[in-house]
Ligand binder design. Sequence first.
Ligand code: Q46
Ligand code: ZN
Length: 304
Amino acid sequence: MARTCRRCRATDVVIELRRHNASFCKECFRHHVREQVRRAIDDFDMLVPGERVLVAVSGGKDSLALWDILLDLGYEADGLYLGLGIGEYSDSSGEATRTFAARRQARLVEIDLPTDHGFDIPTAAAVTKRVPCSACGLSKRHLFNSAARDGGYAVVATGHNLDDEAAVLLGNVLRWDADYLGRQQPVLPATDGFVRKVKPLVRLDEREMAAYCVLSGIDYIVEECPNAVGNKHLGYKEALNVIEDQSPGSKNSFYFGFLARAADRFNQDTAADQGALVACASCGSPTTGTVCAFCKLVEKVVQV
Ligand code: Q46
Ligand code: ZN
């Protein structure tokens, strides 16, 4: 490890970042992380000063760190926690989120799938005979958007980091999935009935987020959702880690090179894919059918 902090020249460095060819002391590392978030927000016009932001929090390192940083940067950022009813994982993720909110005296909006919508993710998976992540992803997309709209938030921020985005990109490229490639952006602008979605952690990797939490005294849940085990993205992450280890900066150039030089080529595929949107007959959310996918899921699962 290099002997001195890149920013202040102190000798008590706590972390080395090979892709930046730099080491930092504790306070300068936390400053570096905040600056990376500030830069992502500026570079991609993610947030406008003064607008209210709803941060989707799961109790994990990324979302809690994101909330912490946005508050430190002066944004009016509230948290949104969605209880998925996934056994102990949901119990401890809810607890970590509430503890953080109380410590920062920040406002937390909570939605509990079992209490508020009458089903949990394991039941939805069993009834639909699909993997849990399918019902979970659908519920998250729907409820994050409707909670933001109903609460008067202009934007939802999620804690996807560089490792997440590079792994998703690798998966999309391996299948040449033009539709997903066209939508893989750090900002999805608001459209009829959908609020803007932003990913301010795209300049930071997993290890940096974990280190930020530890050095900031943020108690996050280390365990992953049990349904993440064996998930394809974990395999893509491992493959990218091997490459990154041999050639630091690879993930960064893969992802940001795609955004700068290739992403635009896929926009047309995505535009062609979207049908006209109407209001869901049951909940009013935008949908291409009569009833939105979430209301269909609720209907199917809650009847059982
Ligand atoms: S989608 Fe799937 Fe995650 Fe939902 S069921 Fe768990 S692993 S939490 S990011
Ligand atoms: Zn609906």
